[in-house]
Design a protein around this ligand. Structure first.
Ligand code: FAD
Length: 294
């Protein structure tokens, strides 16, 4: 099923996982999926390391297994930076052969070694390439607090509109910790004529190092309320985890009450945290029954 068909007068609830690190046991991800399976999300997306390599094969295999073994719709991420059109074509052919219908088309982060390599400079070019040659449902990324490389919010919005016009079916946001950024962003996107569904990306923060890394990488603001939590519980792992879960539940409750199109939970491959959040919000999101239960 194409994810665009899911947004039918209800809040979509999706999860994101990442493939195991090269030195980790492959089976670990299947234990995670097993534990996540009773959440019955609308779809699960699988990240893909920019620059290609072995990680990409894992993304395709895991996304295919989510769909074919677990009966849950899947989305494969695909960052295009450093890829030639031929390489992108080979990856997309393999995704198609594995029954994957949904692609999260991304540029990937521009490291010095990747800059100027390959045939794609921006996600919009990959999106046009996919639209011209395949029948995938296309998802793209957007940034309520503005992409760190953008000169201004107006410039970022201009390129987002261009990207959407290249053929995007739905958007997923970067994580944010202050819902006001999301509401203001949605207002601007609608004024700019972007009328496709936008899922809010929520990352439950469960350790201090993780959030410091994300803030540096994504330029996300830490609200005062959140900083107080970090400062009070940084040396108590369990308390910080529980406070992070409570914070995410509070964000999601507010977003759903405001009529958000969907919630995309960055699970960080942590089924315990995903379950706690799902239990708290499941009556708010009208999650479809699992294919196995139908
Ligand atoms: P783009 O849409 O190309 O935008 C990048 C920057 O260029 C922005 O500042 C934009 O305003 C500007 N821009 C866009 N088009 C043009 C143009 N034509 N001319 C000039 N400027 C332009 N990364 C991974 O490597 N693997 C993943 O699996 C992954 N998953 C992600 C999932 C989500 C939901 C999100 C939000 C991000 C994910 N990322 C992933 C990170 C993403 O690759 C980075 O944020 C990257 O820096 C930008 O990707 P993009 O697709 O948004 O790029």
């Amino acid at each position: 099923m194409k994810t665009a068909e899911l947004f039918d007068n209800r809040t979509v609830f999706s999860l994101e996982i990442f493939p195991p690190k090269p030195d980790a046991e492959e089976s670990v991800i299947y234990d995670t999926l097993e534990e996540l399976s009773d959440i019955c999300p609308d779809f699960i997306s699988v990240t893909y390391g920019a620059g290609g390599g072995r990680n990409g094969c894992k993304t395709i295999q895991i996304a295919s297994d989510i769909k074919n073994r677990y009966g849950v719709e899947s989305v494969a991420h695909l960052p295009c930076i450093g890829l030639t059109r031929n390489q992108a074509g080979e990856i997309l052919d393999s995704m198609q052969e594995n029954g994957i219908e949904n692609i999260l088309a991304l540029r990937g982060d521009c490291t010095d070694s990747r800059k100027g390599c390959g045939d794609f400079s921006h996600a919009s070019e990959l999106i046009s390439f996919i639209r011209d040659n395949y029948d995938f449902n296309i998802i793209a990324a957007c940034y309520p607090e503005v992409h760190p490389e953008s000169g201004s919010a107006v410039e970022d919005l201009k390129w987002l509109r261009y990207k959407v016009d290249c053929g995007v079916d739905h958007l997923i946001t970067q994580l944010f910790l202050d819902n006001r950024y999301f509401y203001s962003f949605i207002e601007k996107t609608r004024i700019a004529g972007i009328n496709i569904p936008v899922e809010a990306g929520i990352m439950p923060v469960t350790n201090k190092r993780q959030i410091e890394r994300m803030v540096k990488l994504c330029g996300v603001e830490l609200p005062k309320k959140f900083v107080r939590i970090l400062e009070r519980y940084e040396h108590n792992e369990t308390a910080l985890r529980d406070a992070g879960i409570a914070y995410a539940i509070d964000q999601i409750t507010d977003l759903i009450a405001d009529g958000v199109d969907g919630i995309h939970l960055y699970t960080m491959n942590n089924p315990y945290v995903a379950h706690k959040i799902y239990e708290a919000v499941q009556s708010l999101v009208k999650v479809r029954a699992c294919a196995t239960e139908q």
